[in-house]
Design a protein around this ligand. Sequence first.
Ligand SMILES: Nc1ncnc2c1ncn2[C@@H]1O[C@H](COP(=O)(O)OP(=O)(O)OP(=O)(O)O)[C@@H](O)[C@H]1O
Ligand SMILES: [Mg+2]
Length: 559
Amino acid sequence: MGKIKKLWADRDNQYRYFRWLMSYSKPYIGKIALMMGINLVSTLISLWMVTISKRIIDNATEGNQFLTLVLVYVGLMVAMQVIGVVSYLLATMMNEKFSFGIRKQIYDKIINSCWLDVKKYHTGDLMTRLTSDAGNIADGIINTIPGIIQLGIELLLVFFTLFSYSKLLAVLAVLIAPVAALSCWWLGKKLKKLQVKVQESEAAYRSFIQESLANLLVVKAFANEGYYVEKLSELREQRFFWVFKRAKMGMASSTVMSMAFQIGYIAAFAYGALQISKNLITYGTMSVFLTLVNRVQSPVMGLAQQVPKVVSVLASAGRVMELQTIPLEKKLEEHIRGQEIGVRMNQVSFGYTDEPVFENVSLDIKPGEFVAIIGESGIGKTTLIRIIMSFMSSVQGQVTFYNSAGEMEPSNAGTREFISYVPQGNTLFSGTVRENIQIGNLNATEEEMWEALELSSGYEFVKELPKGLDTVIGERGHGLSEGQAQRIAIARAFVRRAPILILDEATSALDEKTEQRVIKGLQALTPRPTCLIITHRKSILQYCDREIKIEDKALVSEE
Ligand SMILES: Nc1ncnc2c1ncn2[C@@H]1O[C@H](COP(=O)(O)OP(=O)(O)OP(=O)(O)O)[C@@H](O)[C@H]1O
Ligand SMILES: [Mg+2]
């Protein structure tokens, strides 16, 4: 009883998933309808073929019209083949287009959502939702749901055709329906949970592979190869456990269905044979009986087989919809202008968890100022930058940008236009050096890139690379030294020429001399940006107008 209640209580969710699916598929409804239309024609032709085959059998003994009927039959068969090919090609095309469409929408959503909320998901999990779950949904919209509607129509058509030959047989044939319905209901209930488990274990498995390959060096450095291979098998075992459980469940129900089906067929067969022996029907009618009984039962069976698919589509829709609940970033369209921009924080509090990192912090960084941010590791320096860059949605208090004319704008996703940022750690992409620098400014010219490299002390080593700017580097700057990667990341920020420049320990891998050259380059930027530099190095402080120290969830300003 409890289970029934639960399923009933969940109906709102199921309905929500379904509505969401429908709204996603709106642009494709015309084409889906076309496909269904084609398939309906094919059903009608096949029914026509059944009646013709009866006439062929019955006319064989008498001979008239025999040849014509055979020719018509062959013609229809060819038509069926053509329709089959067209419908297959159409389905393939639709499937590709739709699954890409849905992936694009999910990707777009993820990329425009709040960074911190997205980062709560493992990359491997997001990948699973984007690929496997999105694929399930596409399959559901393109194949499963139209398939169900079509099977329903087919069932009705065949039922009434059979009904016109024999009322008794038609009713007997659909007696299988209650068995099917019961097994569907039972199966659907069990399968939903299993399907979510299958997708979760898939996500865990993918996350593991993705992360261990990305950190291969660590795996090897600690000689953990064996352990990781073992762990992979463990995760595979978990996935196998759920997949197999799901398969067993599916088999149990389809065996029950198949038995019922066989019994129905034998009943029709026996009934037909009896009728023939009493000369009540012809051999042709007998063949119609058998074909039609078969054809009533196969859509019923087909419908039952769609249950696991529907369940899997709904489970995937739920997982993808969960991503829809991540808040989208707020982005203002109109921005304040000017090359001189400052930032003000007023009574700002923030914590990743209940434990605050900042409490009622206020700060004013004036346009053109050169400020160092210092403080011990883990105190909140990077967090302060993330607040300024509005990467987090749950910040209390106000963060405002202002220009020298006194115009103000609250921080939002759009105010990142004002900022050139060098994040902490290696953030290079695989691809050429040029592509990496252009991330900072997609319209940067060759000249501007070299200039930025000059100022970030990267000019010489890039010049000496075998293909200069077109040298290909690997993931996270693989192929460059850490300090070289940092200088490219700095050039990427310089080429943006935004009014505010933020460096988060951007020179930590550089020797003192190179670091000084980078700071001098930074000061030579024209127009000169407002600068925020996070650093542990005392040597940088001499270049700054003032230091802001983070201490005990608060800011202490020192001249
Ligand atoms: N995504 C996160 N979720 C939860 N807590 C976090 C997250 N990122 C950082 N923290 C916590 O917030 C605090 C401040 O971290 P932050 O990265 O701002 O320190 P930091 O001053 O930049 O340190 P470092 O000098 O080592 O880079 C730390 O205690 C850290 O554990
Ligand atoms: Mg940090």
